[in-house]
Design a binder for this molecule. Structure first.
Ligand SMILES: Cc1cc2nc3c(=O)[nH]c(=O)nc-3n(C[C@H](O)[C@H](O)[C@H](O)COP(=O)(O)OP(=O)(O)OC[C@H]3O[C@@H](n4cnc5c(N)ncnc54)[C@H](O)[C@@H]3O)c2cc1C
Length: 431
């Protein structure tokens, strides 16, 4: 076990200084079980920490943070039961990043259904917060999970698998059920993706055709910095080479870019994943950012709202109306889509969605009024906030918006009767 680290520690973006009194990294699952059981016996609190990429306080606690990167676990492929057609499954350490897991799967001829914009994040942390990529027909990363292994507050190792009545609460669980040691992920035969980018498009055409734009490839993102309300900065189309997409007219009638771009206008594209239609392995094209480089900008804040797919045609117009307050705080706005799921705490629960993401300047004084304006402008569409990003309206995380909190709470109390893993973000604001 590493010596507990007591110095002030922050999340990746530096906007959250953890209150946790220390961070401990057990050297084995048995040590982790002992750390948790000892904290529980003393009435202390524990929070699993992933790669620290959340912008919200979701990874914080007033007790002890626990890292899982030194448990000595490896990525493995495991055949499914005979009656399960979709094996082999990838068995991955919770603390491993997608950048570590994906190339191993690819070498074994296997792939995941999707990835987020960056591969630098831990699998357990991404799944615990509902992290997603883009793709009309693609669920969040948590929907690849078929089982999780958790150290519960008793110190016992509990495995919860698909088909178990508790499964809907076990994967996207905000660290509130215990520390995830391993996850079983559904895989498919490996595939290639080619990425093309269209630059500087008329905003009215993209807005009118937004549904068709988002359906133009396997995974599509629309980026704009709102600097010029009549233009959209770029549209990124990631297309599996073993399938074909139908381009929206505003794309089909124009040539894609002949130079590589970064999602944030004006930033050096060296960190962006390869473009220009050159096919490559799924894990090197589905993320916007290369594993070897700093993702996004670094000095930034992020927020994101999940809206029903029917909100898509109204999204750009709603933001153009508040452009004066939003644009000065904005680095880039991204629109993506994802398929509904049935995970109890998922912002995608029961709703095919379009997501309105914002990468903000690291300046809370201008960002918070802008974020408030965004949340008010999109309020008519019943937005749900991303658990791992900032929000100006705590009610946007309120469970009555989507979540089956009562059912989750029953599971949580059973696995953690003493509240060792208590999660502040699950506390409802006063009505
Ligand atoms: C540059 C950048 C780009 C991003 N792009 C996207 C994107 O494309 N799509 C998207 O949806 N989000 C995106 N995010 C947000 C990010 O994916 C989420 O915040 C995600 O949770 C980060 O994973 P992490 O490992 O850093 O988790 P952390 O921030 O460390 O923790 C998040 C939560 O996971 C829990 N957790 C972590 N490890 C474990 C474990 N072993 N057991 C139990 N619980 C655990 C923690 O307790 C906490 O509740 C982005 C963030 C950044 C910084």
């Amino acid at each position: 076990m590493t010596q507990p680290q007591r110095q002030h520690r922050t999340n990746w973006a530096g906007n959250v200084t953890y209150r946790a009194r220390d961070l401990v990294e057990p050297g084995s699952v048995a040590e982790l079980q002992e750390v948790v059981a000892t904290a529980a016996a003393a009435g202390g609190r524990v929070r699993a920490l992933g790669s620290r990429h959340s912008f919200s306080t979701v990874a914080d606690t007033d007790g002890r943070q626990v890292g899982t990167r030194r448990l000595g676990l490896e990525v493995e492929l495991e055949d499914g039961d005979e009656d399960e057609a979709d094996g082999p499954f990838a068995v991955v350490p919770g603390g491993a990043t997608y950048a570590e897991v994906a190339p191993v799967l690819h070498e074994h001829g296997r792939a995941l259904h999707n990835l987020g914009s960056l591969p630098h994040i831990s699998v357990a942390g991404a799944c615990a917060t509902g992290t997603h990529g883009s793709g009309d027909g693609l669920g969040s990363l948590a929907t690849a999970v078929t089982a999780v292994e958790i150290v519960a507050s008793s110190g016992d190792l509990v495995r919860i698998a698909a088909g178990d009545p508790d499964f809907g609460g076990a994967v996207l669980s905000l660290g509130a059920l215990g520390v995830v040691t391993r996850l079983w992920l559904r895989t498919e035969p490996t595939y290639e993706v080619a990425q093309r980018v269209w630059e500087d498009l008329p905003a009215d055409e993209v807005a009118d055709q937004l549904g068709a734009v988002l359906a133009s490839g396997t995974s599509v993102s629309v980026f704009t910095d709102l600097a010029d309300p009549t233009r959209v900065s770029s549209v990124w189309v990631k297309q599996r080479t073993d399938a074909s997409g139908v381009l929206a007219p505003c794309l089909a009638s124009r040539a894609p870019a002949t130079r590589e771009l970064h999602p944030v206008p004006g930033v050096d594209p060296a960190a962006a994943s390869p473009q220009l239609g050159v096919p490559g392995p799924w894990h090197e094209r589905l993320p916007h950012f290369r594993a070897s480089h700093l993702p996004s900008v670094g000095d930034e804040l992020q927020s994101e709202l999940f809206l029903p797919r029917s909100a898509a045609p109204h999204l750009l117009a709603a933001l153009t109306g508040i452009r004066d307050v939003v644009a000065p705080a904005l680095l880039v706005h991204e629109i993506r889509s994802a398929a509904a799921d049935d995970l109890w705490l998922s912002p995608l629960r029961g709703r095919d969605s379009v997501m309105a993401h914002f990468t903000w300047r690291p300046e809370p004084d201008v960002v918070m009024p802008a974020l408030r304006a965004v949340e008010e402008a999109l309020a008519p569409f019943s937005p749900r906030a991303h658990w791992g990003k900032i929000t100006a309206t705590p009610g946007l995380r309120a469970p009555e918006r989507a979540y089956d909190l009562a059912v989750f709470e029953t599971l949580r109390r059973r696995l953690d009767p003493g509240g060792v893993f208590a999660q502040d973000l699950l506390s409802l604001p006063e009505a």
